[in-house]
Design a binder for this molecule. Sequence first.
Ligand SMILES: NC(=O)c1ccc[n+]([C@@H]2O[C@H](COP(=O)([O-])OP(=O)(O)OC[C@H]3O[C@@H](n4cnc5c(N)ncnc54)[C@H](OP(=O)(O)O)[C@@H]3O)[C@@H](O)[C@H]2O)c1
Length: 546
Amino acid sequence: MIREFYKDRTILLTGATGFLGKGIAAKLLRDLPEVRRIYTLVRPGKQDDGSPISVAQRLQEELFDNSVFYRFKAREPERYAQVKEKIVPFAGDLTQPGLGIDQPLLQQLCDEVDLIVSSGATVDFDAPLDASIILNSLGPQELLGFARQCHKEVIFLHISTAYTYGKLTGYLAEEPLPLDRTIRQMMSPTPPETPFDPEAEIAACQEYCTHLRQRAVSAEMEEVFRSETLQESTRELTETRLEKLIDGRRKRWLERALVEEGMRRAKDYGWNDVYTFTKAMGEQMLVKHHGDIPLVIVRPSVIESSLADPEPGWISGLKVTDPLVVAYGRGQVPDFPARADVPMDLVPADIVVNIVLAAATQAVRQEVRVFHAATSGRNPLMNPIMFRYIRQHFDAHPMLGRDGKAPELTDWTFPSVRKFRTMFNLRYLYPLELRQWLYKYLPESWVPARKKRMLGAIRSRLNRVSYYTDLFSPYTHLDCRFECEKSQALFESLSPQEQDLFNMDVNSIDWAWYYPKIHLPGLRKHVLKEEGGGEPLLQEVAATDG
Ligand SMILES: NC(=O)c1ccc[n+]([C@@H]2O[C@H](COP(=O)([O-])OP(=O)(O)OC[C@H]3O[C@@H](n4cnc5c(N)ncnc54)[C@H](OP(=O)(O)O)[C@@H]3O)[C@@H](O)[C@H]2O)c1
């Protein structure tokens, strides 16, 4: 069914330089070679010195040279070289009107494309509000505008996130979100006095961001930035230096104000952060405006290392709890606030890729189909079990410090956020702040500058942990199960051969094997790039894998 569907398809894929996009592109090339062509929209890049990087060069370095292709290249070099040609990059930007595509190319794309896979987005939980809106809420509308110009019957497949359900609890269905409700309104037993209108909300957000930008360059704020800079400065400043410092202060102020406004609105409405808030509005607007175009929405939870494809443990980037897990492995955090009676919804990347590819086959004119790529509904990984695997892994394969010693690891106690914060402040932050305060008043000869710098570095690390706690703890406390009955039924409808090739069965994940033996070694190899990190472990896995 899947192979038949992709025969002679021409796909437009966004986000091919990203984690999921790479996985999709690689799977298409390797296992669906009947596809006709894959156009990839890529932003032109810049080197450190400001010189341009072409989209072809970006794709070569970030996709083809990525480990997502290592096995394919090694096992079938000739076929790889042949099918690689099917990927055609072009310059574009989801935030530009008309996607910033040149006119002659636009015509060609409109003639040929019959499937759009929309994976490009910002996945920063705390991006500035306007940046998140323009990409996550309005970007899909630009793509939809392109879909409307296509000459063939085009299918629009959009990758969203299961967390568009925000703070909702219980079993969450594979259905579109209501178009006129925030999460807070969905949680309320009474109908809202004023229905939510995502378009009006986007306009209000953009207006407020413009106001903040204007305020940042106003005479009033210039005066504030100038006096703060002068107050803080311990020596005389030239006018050029002063201007530079003021400009830096202005940028930081604006960025912070834009981030805070996004977070404030998101939380007021019942989402956890600006990412899920703007992704939810992106979904709502697509559902509202797709018209005749068949719309398929795939909502993954937290995408982690691959189970098997392109190789066990393949991943790029640290996701949600990963930075904290790594900090724990390094002995830098003793605990993390989480509920012990809820699952952490993680899903291997290859399962997501396969659900995306299979879901497109279910598109129906004028209709919207939603599929979850998540595990909590059928095969939940409860927080205490996940932490047991983390501990097991780091006990067996410690992350050695610079002194070659294994850090001492403590047991997790699953404190509440408040308890964690009190313990963290009393044990780490306040003693450090006290030392920093004392050192400020002691003569230089008593406290060398090196020591002060070291304390400064520890303080930044503690601030980071504190920040991650705020950002990620909503996800380790969420008591919900994402239903995945539709994706499971889709998997069960496949022939045995296609089930083998496109595993989407979340019941097949053995967490005790996957988390400590595949995911964590994969993270250490591909993301932390530890020397030899994860390699021996993954070799163990490879020995059992085709
Ligand atoms: N990762 C997860 O755990 C997760 C979970 C649930 C849902 N999702 C969804 O899955 C999709 C892919 O996520 P990911 O993890 O692959 O993210 P990612 O690694 O951060 O990749 C994001 C992609 O979007 C592209 N992009 C960013 N801004 C763009 C712009 N203005 N114009 C065109 N392309 C732009 C990036 O291109 P550049 O290289 O040029 O920046 C990159 O290719 C997203 O829609 C995300 O919401 C992800």
